[in-house]
Design a protein around this ligand. Sequence first.
Ligand code: SF4
Length: 355
Amino acid sequence: MSETLNHIFGPVPSRRLGRSLGVDLVPFKTCSYDCIYCQLGHTTCRTIKRREWVLMDAVLDELKQKLNCRPDYITLSGSGEPTLHSRLGEIIEHIQAMTAVPVAVLTNGSMLWQKEVREEVALADVVLPSLDAPDAERFEFINRPHPDITFERLVEGLQAFRRQFTGKYWLEVMLLDGYTSLPPQVRQLADWTRRIRPDRVQLNTAVRPPAEDFAMAVPQARLNQIAGVFSPKAEVVAEYHQQGKRFTTDANQQSILELLRRRPCTEADVAAGLAMRPIETAKHLADLQAGGQVVSQKRGDQVYYHPTQPSASKPTRVGSCNVFERRGSIKIDLPRPRASALDPRKHRKNRGKAS
Ligand code: SF4
């Protein structure tokens, strides 16, 4: 299966890492979580099994061919959770032997309670885990984790990793309007970040189309206000700006599709990430849309593009998982959290409130 996948994508316009060349270490939506805000849709393989999900040699061969695009970072991320790859440590070491470009790991942090995972992830130059919930109830509701991952395990793993990792440790807090944006939850999140002691705390929100419609973005003004509650003050992760750099690439419709398969993007994101002229980007997106390969979706005042879901897509059975090669066309029937105070209907009234 791995031979049919493309493992390298981008460079992606990353708000935190500049031009980030993505390395995908798992098949589409293989993850320990099924987050309600996930921009890739529903998780089709929710697992904590570590294995060589894609062949390490194939990944490294493909990466070698793409290194001339001068990325700011090589980022292990993509269509799911990269720490599920059993040869993660070896992959990081091979990349570092190949290039001086720093290696970043974008992880949900859920596997860091395991010593062997911490040791492998600690080989990276920058580690960017997430903490989206202030307590166990919200963790279950927002992240919909694999049953073996508890909130206690998550926060213990994040703290243990800090004790052993000497590189850059940037914690992302993804806030959702009405669920984690109110003062009590924000204060709890700020307490947790003080205990975890990352080098930076970066606030994000669900600006891109999410897996569930009720996962709403926190308004910008409220996000700026929340940043001041954290100590030291958190950074609001702004929309990507190209910082005046100019690049030329041989980006084409295939590279646009590879990028969109990992992340819904605006026209400006595509142009910035692939260093394409705006007019050329608009034309390619229009052609892809006319050909039925891409659809657009409005979220807030932005228009995002993502690939159409292939009707002929068939899952491949891997262990106990149905693994899809492309953006999932199925609805996976995962157990939902019990009805609780977090019922989306009850939370509509809390949206956009500061107190
Ligand atoms: S947002 Fe990240 S951690 Fe959550 S389901 Fe999507 S890929 Fe997994």
